[in-house]
Design a protein around this ligand. Structure first.
Ligand SMILES: Nc1ncnc2c1ncn2[C@@H]1O[C@H](COP(=O)(O)OP(=O)(O)OP(=O)(O)O)[C@@H](O)[C@H]1O
Ligand SMILES: [Mg+2]
Length: 297
């Protein structure tokens, strides 16, 4: 037997050789027995805004996303579906480096926004999160006025020269988010005093206010009633004209209604991605089929 010591303790244990002393291999422990699944369908698009390649995410020892490659097409909505815990939110958070804020979370592989690697050391992450904005499951307006919620980002980024310009940005953002008519006479009231659906549209306005290129939405309607949900879905469809949107949803009806492409995740693997109609009517992978026909998840 070859007893050459090697640095990766996982592999050393697996092949029964000593672990080399000295600089420790800091690579996280992988499950060497399970290969990531190959994605079926169409990973790349003609006009990508973002490109993820061989992305892996680890929470400590846990391998939460395995070798995922996926394009997010410009001016399209892509939905991410799959059973609870399959890594949808984890993958979404990679796209604007929100996982950086989680202790013990490590991301490998490459993610590009247009021609820039978002892990680039010279890239300002605050700037990145303005370009790739995020809307969360639970509407989370700041405890500030409606106006100040929307003006917050533009103020931080120095986007307005004076109050007139700032007013303009606030108004335009609220209009794009379909909320202006409902709040134009009470901009000084607390954002937290709005209804759930209005709060979520306020959060969308807040994301839009800094002129993002991409908007990430993690189950944006799961806390909303059907009418507020329909309003947000309509809005997503309108926003597609100017923005690129990636949405995580548990509702297959919602994915079918709002998205042009659908990605199905399963236990950390991107199992299948394709045109939404294709995924729902003619899934190529058995796991996708089981999920969309309700046999799993
Ligand atoms: N902060 C964290 N620390 C450790 N493990 C985590 C953390 N966040 C997520 N995980 C684990 O990573 C895996 C993927 O979680 P993730 O939240 O991305 O799944 P999800 O598909 O969004 O699930 P859901 O549909 O329930 O929101 C799960 O096994 C989860 O337990
Ligand atoms: Mg989630």
């Amino acid at each position: 037997m070859d007893t050459t010591a090697i640095r990766n303790p996982d592999i050393a244990e697996k092949v029964g050789v000593p672990v080399a002393e000295g600089d420790e291999d800091s690579r996280p422990r992988l499950d060497l027995d399970a290969e990531p699944r190959e994605t079926v369908g169409v990973v790349a698009v003609d006009d990508p805004r973002m490109q993820a390649r061989e992305v892996n995410v680890y929470y400590g020892d846990k391998h939460a996303i395995r070798n995922v490659s996926l394009d997010i097409g410009a001016n399209q909505v892509i939905s991410m579906i799959g059973p609870s815990g399959c890594g949808k939110s984890t993958f979404l958070r990679c796209l604007n480096r929100m996982n950086d804020t989680i202790d013990g979370c490590r991301v490998t592989g490459s993610i590009r926004l247009d021609d820039q690697d978002i892990a680039d050391k010279t890239l300002d992450v605050v700037q990145l999160r303005a370009r790739v904005g995020m809307v969360f499951q639970k509407p989370n307006p700041f405890p500030k006025s409606i106006y100040d919620n929307v003006a917050y980002g533009p103020r931080i980024h120095g986007m307005a020269a004076d109050r007139i310009e700032l007013d303009e940005i606030v108004q335009t953002s609220l209009k794009k988010a379909g909320l202006w008519e409902e709040v134009k006479d009470r901009l000084d009231q607390q954002g937290t005093g709005l209804s759930g659906g209005q709060q979520q549209r306020l959060c969308i306005a807040r994301a839009i206010a800094v002129s993002p290129e991409v908007i990430l939405m993690d189950e944006p309607c799961s806390a909303l009633d059907p009418i507020a949900t329909a309003r947000i879905e309509e809005l997503i469809d309108e926003l597609r004209e100017n923005y690129t949107i990636a949405i995580v949803t548990h509702s297959m009806q919602q994915a079918a209604r709002v998205s042009q492409r659908t990605a199905y995740f399963h236990l950390g693997d991107l199992v299948e991605v394709d045109e939404t109609a294709q995924v729902f009517t003619n899934p190529q992978h058995k796991l996708t089929e089981d999920y969309i026909t309700g046999r799993f998840g």
